[in-house]
Design a protein around this ligand. Sequence first.
Ligand SMILES: Nc1ncnc2c1ncn2[C@@H]1O[C@H](COP(=O)(O)OP(=O)(O)OP(=O)(O)O)[C@@H](O)[C@H]1O
Ligand SMILES: [Mg+2]
Length: 217
Amino acid sequence: MPKGPTKREPPSTTKAPRVLAVTSEKGGVGKSTLAVHLAGALAERGLRPVLVDEDERVGSSLRWAGRGGLGFPVLAPADVKPRVLSACDVLIIDTEGRPKRRELRALAGRADLILVPTGVSALERGATRELAEYLGGPGEAGRRLWVVMCRVPPVGHAAEDAREELRDAGVQVCNTLIRSYAAYPKAAELGVLARDVRDPRAAAAWHDILALSRELV
Ligand SMILES: Nc1ncnc2c1ncn2[C@@H]1O[C@H](COP(=O)(O)OP(=O)(O)OP(=O)(O)O)[C@@H](O)[C@H]1O
Ligand SMILES: [Mg+2]
């Protein structure tokens, strides 16, 4: 007996976006700056990022976008609706300043990739290493956690040494170093990306961000 037509699955229009959470226990390390710029780099590369601001205080990415214009959606958590997700390739979460460990664990559970910016000082490295052990460890969660050295002095080798030390301790550290440039605070003030400010180091800053985006997505 001939078989009737097989029932086909409807084409999927709601492929879930990749979720990248930018977080750290320490405040002021550059989470919002990184989250905004990574979203900008993905948009420049033709992907469709959505930035979710889970921090409603001054200095957050929603207020950043409100001061100028970023060219990609920046939303409060309540505004992340299915329609938004269906038009999004990568959801970037900018987290609050000093999240509690319980909240960090929950965040790690819903992210495909957890990006932890850290400074180069011994104290910051120690704290980052401890956080990486708490959140990740050797298992699957550990493979999703990446540390990135941020606000790196543009001269000297302190950040390369710090990166190697963390790697020796078993922490995954991005190759790209995000150097410290005045273009970032200028960009925050104007509500734009470092790429778009008038600054002699704007191109160098943007180069770092694009390189990091390619390592991660
Ligand atoms: N790579 C960088 N070079 C120079 N300045 C930077 C860099 N990254 C961040 N900054 C500056 O450091 C300050 C803190 O950055 P940011 O607000 O991104 O940190 P945060 O971790 O989101 O802070 P919070 O914990 O309060 O949310 C800002 O003034 C920002 O412009
Ligand atoms: Mg912030």
